[in-house]
Design a binder for this molecule. Structure first.
Ligand code: FA5
Length: 332
């Protein structure tokens, strides 16, 4: 009997080691170690044996079960490892493939527009500056001559960030705070543009986004006049759109410029688009940045980049610029 048990166990461990799949191994486990297995049959026959023989057969049966269970566990570990390797191989990311995909793609229309305008202005001797999108009250409002309780603060619906003192940290509502950072950081003459993303707590529609882009332009030098401002806006719109596009200035109010104007763009079909605001930098703003308004004057303007790009490319709904629809994005 004991020889039979050992023979069965040896044959079983060979079969277990040869199991090719986890399913096959599970079936073998049930067949060789389950209630109806050959080994269980021996257990039932033990009833007729004397005490000593029972002990020996029982020991052999236990040893056989342990050896077979250990073989099942060992084979299961091997098959698990093989399955994991196969899965890892199947899910492997081919980084060269991703890279090829990127090379085949292109920049978003808004990014292309920023780069195009940077080229226009850099060609005229302007530098490009950047500032943080999370701003403090000083740069976004106070240094720009917005009094703490001035109603003009409501012109731009502000997202406040829950950091520091109440209403002290904001998502910048325009790119004008970068003017302050540039003037705080360098002495005139200043000829800079500042493109970037801005945030307003606004309901979105075809001409309004809550997250959009502006480009700010700041010039501070001796003898700068409103004529330089109008000429610069006219120059860059013609450089970007080509001849046939006109601009007009309308009187407006911004706390940080005086006088102030809004500028509109006329499409070749004659219709007008409100593009941005502009004006001569307010003396208070110059003083806030340590610049003497008796010695220097300057102009600033800021406009909506998304509106500019949409107008040139015939996009009728700004929300499409924020979409991830590849059929839309691939057109540009
Ligand atoms: C400003 O943001 C001023 N900082 C502009 C300025 C700069 C004035 C320098 C004077 C000197 P305004 O809120 O009007 O102004 O916004 C400027 C332009 O941003 C708008 O004319 C429009 O083209 C664009 N814009 C404003 N709100 C949105 C919006 N929700 N979605 C898309 N574009 C917008």
């Amino acid at each position: 009997m004991i020889d039979d048990i050992r023979r069965i166990a040896a044959a079983a461990t060979d079969r277990i080691a040869g199991a090719a799949t986890l399913d096959e191994l599970g079936a073998l486990d049930r067949e060789l170690l389950g209630k109806t297995s050959e080994l269980s049959g021996f257990k039932r026959q033990m009833g007729g044996l004397d005490h000593e023989a029972k002990r020996e057969v029982g020991g052999a049966l236990n040893a056989a079960r342990e050896a077979m269970a250990a073989a099942v566990a060992a084979r299961r570990a091997e098959l698990d490892a093989i399955a994991r390797r196969a899965q890892a191989e199947a899910e492997r990311l081919d980084l060269t493939e991703v890279r090829a995909g990127r090379d085949a793609g292109h920049l978003h229309l808004v990014t292309q527009t920023i780069e195009e305008l940077e080229d226009v202005f850099v060609g005229l001797g302007f530098t490009v500056a950047e500032g943080p999108e999370v701003e403090d009250d000083w740069h976004n409002f106070t240094a720009l001559n917005f009094g703490r309780y001035h109603p003009a603060r409501d012109m731009q619906d502000t997202f406040f960030v829950d950091l520091g003192a109440e209403r002290e940290v904001v998502m910048r509502t325009h790119t004008s705070p970068v003017q302050i950072r540039v003037m705080e950081g360098q002495a005139p003459p200043i000829y800079s543009i500042m493109p970037g993303r801005v945030y307003r707590n606004e309901a979105t529609d075809s001409t309004h986004l809550a997250v959009f882009h502006q480009l700010e332009c700041l010039v501070i030098d001796r003898g700068i006049t409103f004529g330089h401002l109008a000429g610069t806006i006219d120059m860059f719109t013609k450089a970007y759109f080509g001849p046939g596009w006109n601009m007009r200035l309308r009187p407006a109010y911004f706390p940080f410029t005086e006088p102030s104007a809004e500028f509109d763009l006329q499409r070749p079909d004659g219709s007008w688009l409100e593009l941005g605001g502009c004006g001569m930098v307010h003396p208070n703003v110059l003083r806030n940045c340590g610049i003497d308004p008796e010695e220097f004057s300057g102009f600033a303007f800021g406009f909506g980049l998304d509106r500019l790009a949409a107008t040139k490319h015939g996009v009728t709904d700004l929300r499409e610029l924020a979409s991830t629809d590849i059929r839309f994005l691939e057109q540009f």
